[in-house]
Design a protein around this ligand. Structure first.
Ligand code: DHB
Length: 303
């Protein structure tokens, strides 16, 4: 039974990965490596250091979480040292995520990161908590998504680029296509749903310091499945699918929608990092029962 997958010319021991932003400190990602995640995506890095939004930055509700971290990170110069150490410390494929509100900054960030030879670089075109240069998410527009991919591609060399899109993007398939046309090697979807709010009824105030935040967790899974399904019909490049995935069955469903790799993020807050191993065991059981020999044969079969 084969549960490893090939992507970007590399072997991933399993298709489950830690999405960006679940862990904030670069060295802190080791916990997901130790738990057996098939790949790790680091928290998005920006050109300048960012303190992040006022606390609390994360809040829970029955269907999952809302968060507004405000892209807290040490900035590219400091982050580069930490990324280099982290990549050297593990055999698990590491994907570096970068965020810029100005399209031109994607070129700066990718030029700094590519020489560190991560397995891929994720362009976060869809942070719900920081607006891009046109006052909205870059992935809200075909033109800005394409432009960001194009400037990153000038300096990415052999390192594959992954464009991370928002479920709020209208015509997500068209946006994915535009990224593909500019040379993106993969699409990641979905980012958190923009945006949600939870009000503390005793304090009569929004709970999050930033008031609103991106919505994640089990409640957004059907949105994630539908968007990945649409992207799969629109492009030929592979998809990193995520959003509300918390069981082996969810991961199989996400692969059937079209994902090659499946992100498991918010669910580790609820179930702990041991979830990766448990989900792999669950996937193997399903494969055995259904007589499936190679995990990759799930990809896109719902179409
Ligand atoms: C943040 C960024 C994201 O891309 C996201 O989906 C949620 C939160 C942030 O740092 O605020």
């Amino acid at each position: 039974m084969i549960t490893s997958v090939r992507l970007f010319g590399k072997r991933f021991t399993n298709p489950l990965f830690l999405p960006s932003g679940i862990i904030n400190d670069i060295s802190g990602h080791k916990i997901a490596v130790d738990a057996g995640a098939g790949a790790i995506v680091l928290k998005s890095i920006t050109v300048e250091r960012r303190e992040g939004n006022p606390i609390p930055r994360v809040a829970k509700y029955a269907g999952g979480f809302i968060n507004s971290v405000g892209l807290r990170n040490p900035g590219i110069i400091k982050a580069k040292e930490e990324v280099q150490l982290f990549i050297a410390s593990t055999d698990t494929p590491v994907i570096v995520s970068v965020f810029a509100a100005k399209i031109a900054d994607f070129e700066k960030l990718v030029a700094e990161i590519a020489p560190l030879k991560p397995v891929a670089i994720e362009l976060n075109l869809s942070c719900p908590n920081v607006e891009g240069e046109f006052g909205s998410m870059l992935s809200d527009s075909i033109k800005s998504s394409a432009e960001a991919t194009k400037v990153a591609k000038k300096v990415s060399g052999k390192i594959p680029l992954i464009c991370k899109l928002s479920p709020n993007s209208v015509q997500i398939g068209e946006i994915a296509k535009a990224c593909e046309a500019e040379g993106a090697e993969a699409i990641a979807a979905i980012n958190t749903v923009a945006t949600g709010m939870i009000i503390d009824i005793h304090k009569r105030k929004p709970i999050l310091g930033a008031k609103k935040g991106g919505v994640s967790g089990v409640g957004i899974k059907p949105i994630a499945i539908a968007r990945v399904y649409e992207i799969y019909e629109a492009v030929k490049i592979p998809i990193l699918g995520m959003g509300g995935i918390s069981t082996a069955e969810d991961a199989i469903e996400m692969m059937m929608a079209g994902a090659t790799l499946v992100g498991v993020g918010s669910a580790v807050y609820t179930h702990g990092y041991k979830l990766y191993g448990q989900m792999i065991e669950g996937i193997k059981e399903f494969m055995k029962k259904e007589g499936v020999k190679d995990i990759k044969s799930f990809i896109g079969t719902a179409h």
